[in-house]
Design a protein around this ligand. Structure first.
Ligand SMILES: Nc1ncnc2c1ncn2[C@@H]1O[C@H](COP(=O)(O)OP(=O)(O)OP(=O)(O)O)[C@@H](O)[C@H]1O
Length: 604
């Protein structure tokens, strides 16, 4: 063998000992023959204590296990995958192998070591020794892990962002297209990436973008806000309004630009939805304070059972329902039952009391108005029809509706569409109308106060709710029902109603119907002391005593005088147990509207 004069004084052992890479050598019996300086440094174990032993594993592991050199020596490389964390990185070229692993060093440090091992054979080809090197790559590994994690975080942020995020290179080609961009532009990222951004933004917007990325433009160093009024183009060519920001991005020495944009229509729709939900919330709050719970409907008499059957039958259809009956008979409660029994019960039933609002406001209440439609209309407002979309609309006191509102209502019933007050946009809704009145509508039609076409449209399914005096069998049931309700409310206990009192209740004609009975029981619960509820004899209200004198007056003047008298008796208190509405057996809102209509005032 030719001797190299430059290396003749350097033995192989000398070289291995001073190699700057941690190295140990095993003989064919797995005994350490060399444990170099770098290996001493890495493991903290001295060559003196390792050479001649088979304890080399102690340098890298806390428990005895084969090192890569041992596996190579025993030709058991198959075990690598179970012993090394990153066995996939393991490579073996017959007599050289490589793997990477986290190792727990004797001093407790956790190091990521890149391990290589190779065989040394004699001239006969017999393996006489194995050399194993270990290189510490902990820092690189941790940096790589941190980078991967941060990339994953960024990609999950990009993926979950609501706005479209698109990055573009200096040639204007798209390099990144997040999930929101795919949704907004209606195409997958693979389709968009590589395409010029101009394919997705309208000319005016591309001009602005070009100005932005112009290198001589110092503004390109910072973010720029593209105002509303710009538009972008979806993959199918449809243009849509956007607002966007442009910003520069330095990545891997490459200059990129990010465009973050949002579909303004989406935002407008979201705002509208929010607006509607807020109105709905306000409305539901009103309903929560209401005591009309269809689950609490008491019906024992044959007459009421027939009414309930009708209600159940019609509930399943979309036909408008007209509930007719005296005040306080339970029309609103039945309207709620119709809604609850219908397929629309998941949506809400919106109520409008047509008598509680002045004629000029009722149309805006029902159909909404546009900004500036009339003095005081400072904002666009949706009406109750829009709020009830998908559900039901209960029009209470329908007979009070103005003729012009009646015309609009007829159109909604026929075509399910209308325009807001002061607006030209046609709004379509899917609403089931339930109306109620205590007036004789047929008579109102003949007097020209109610449109005949609307009457016929609503009269498809009239439900006559009988007066309480026509269904005496319901009186004890209702009285006991209200007794339980108010005894609970006022924290009192009663065994039953005094039998004499029950007779008074049965004999009384109940002009205010169930509402009046409810008020009588509520007052009795407050006043009674014993275990039986006391009911004082009831005096029917004499509405028009003047008839007896022969001086006949109009119903309106009698009504005005009687309401005024009742108000004076209650000290002008309208609602509450002792209020005029309770005495008159009227809904407080209805009473308020009657007071306005009849021009009743405290002074006069
Ligand atoms: N069958 C019933 N069972 C239980 N409560 C009833 C029943 N009928 C009516 N009520 C109660 O009587 C009161 C008046 O009922 P409701 O408001 O439904 O009558 P209405 O006919 O709509 O009255 P108005 O015409 O004055 O608006 C409510 O508090 C209601 O809960």
């Amino acid at each position: 063998m030719k001797v190299n004069p430059l290396t003749q004084n350097l033995s192989a052992e000398h070289l291995l000992q001073h190699m700057p890479v941690s190295t140990f050598v095993l003989n064919a019996r797995h005994q350490v023959v060399i444990w170099n300086k770098a290996c001493e440094q890495l493991t903290g174990l001295k060559a003196g204590e390792m050479v001649g032993t088979d304890q080399h594993w102690r340098g890298f592991y806390t428990e005895k296990r084969p090192c890569l050199a041992d596996l190579l020596l025993d030709s058991t490389l198959g075990e690598v995958s179970s012993l090394y964390e990153h066995a996939s990185d393991f490579t073996s070229l017959s007599d050289i192998c490589h793997t990477e692993n986290w190792c727990l060093m004797p001093d407790g440090r956790r190091l990521y070591l890149v391990i290589d091992a190779g065989t040394i054979s004699n001239e006969q080809g017999e393996v006489v020794a194995i050399v194993e090197t270990q290189r510490d790559r902990t820092e690189q590994r941790l940096t790589m892990q941190a980078l991967t994690e941060s990339e994953q975080r960024i990609s999950s942020i990009l993926g979950s962002a609501m706005d479209a995020i698109v990055t573009v290179d200096q040639q204007h080609r798209i390099t990144l297209f997040n999930a929101a961009a795919a949704r907004i532009f209606r195409c997958v990222a693979d389709f968009a990436i590589g395409q010029p951004v101009e394919r997705f933004i309208a000319p005016h917007c591309s001009k602005l973008f070009k100005q932005f990325i112009d290198f001589d433009n110092p503004a390109a160093k910072t973010q720029a806000w593209a105002p509303e009024g710009l538009s972008a183009r979806r993959a199918d060519g449809e243009e849509f309004p956007i607002e966007a920001t442009f910003s520069p991005l330095e990545a891997h020495d490459q200059k990129l630009y990010t465009i973050i944009l949002r579909d303004v229509n989406d935002r407008r729709l979201a705002e509208q939805k929010l607006d509607r939900l807020q109105q709905e919330k306000g409305y539901l709050q009103e309903v929560l304070n209401d005591d009309h719970n269809p689950g609490d409907f008491v019906s024992g008499s044959k007459l009421m059972r027939t009414v309930m059957e009708q209600v159940r039958m019609v509930a399943r259809t979309d036909t408008p329902v007209l509930l007719l009956g005296e005040t306080g008979t339970g029309k609103e409660l039945l309207a709620r039952a119709i809604h609850e029994f219908s397929d629309r019960s998941a949506a809400i039933m919106v109520k409008v009391n047509c008598a509680a609002l002045p004629a000029e406001l009722i149309e805006s209440e029902l159909f909404g108005h546009e900004k500036g439609a009339f003095t005081g209309a400072t904002q666009q407002r949706k009406g109750r029809f829009e709020l009830a979309d998908g559900g039901s609309l209960f029009l209470d006191e329908l007979g009070e509706l103005s003729l012009s509102a009646q015309a609009k209502l007829l159109r909604v019933l026929q075509e399910q569409e209308f325009e807001r007050v002061g607006g030209s946009e046609t709004i379509r809704v899917d609403v089931r109308v339930i109306a109620a009145t205590n007036r004789n509508l047929a008579e109102e039609v003949s007097l020209g106060r109610f449109r005949s076409d609307l009457y016929y449209r609503l009269n498809v399914f009239p439900v006559e709710v009988p007066a309480l005096r026509q269904r005496v069998a319901d009186i004890p049931l209702l009285a006991r029902f209200f007794l339980t309700k108010y005894a609970k409310k006022f924290g009192k206990r009663f065994d039953d109603i005094d039998p004499a009192g029950l007779d008074y209740l049965r004999q009384y004609p109940w002009p205010g119907n169930v509402r009046e009975l409810q008020n009588v029981i509520e007052r009795a619960v407050i006043l009674s002391q014993g275990s039986l509820l006391d009911i004082a004899p009831l005096q029917p209200v004499r509405v028009h005593p003047e008839a007896a004198t022969g001086k006949l007056r109009t119903l309106e003047s009698v009504e005005r005088e009687y309401i005024t008298r009742t108000l004076e008796a209650t000290g002008w208190q309208i609602s509450g147990v002792k209020g005029a509405a309770a005495i008159l057996g009227m809904n407080p809102n209805t009473l308020r509207s009657r007071i306005l209509k009849l021009g009743i005032s405290r002074a006069g």
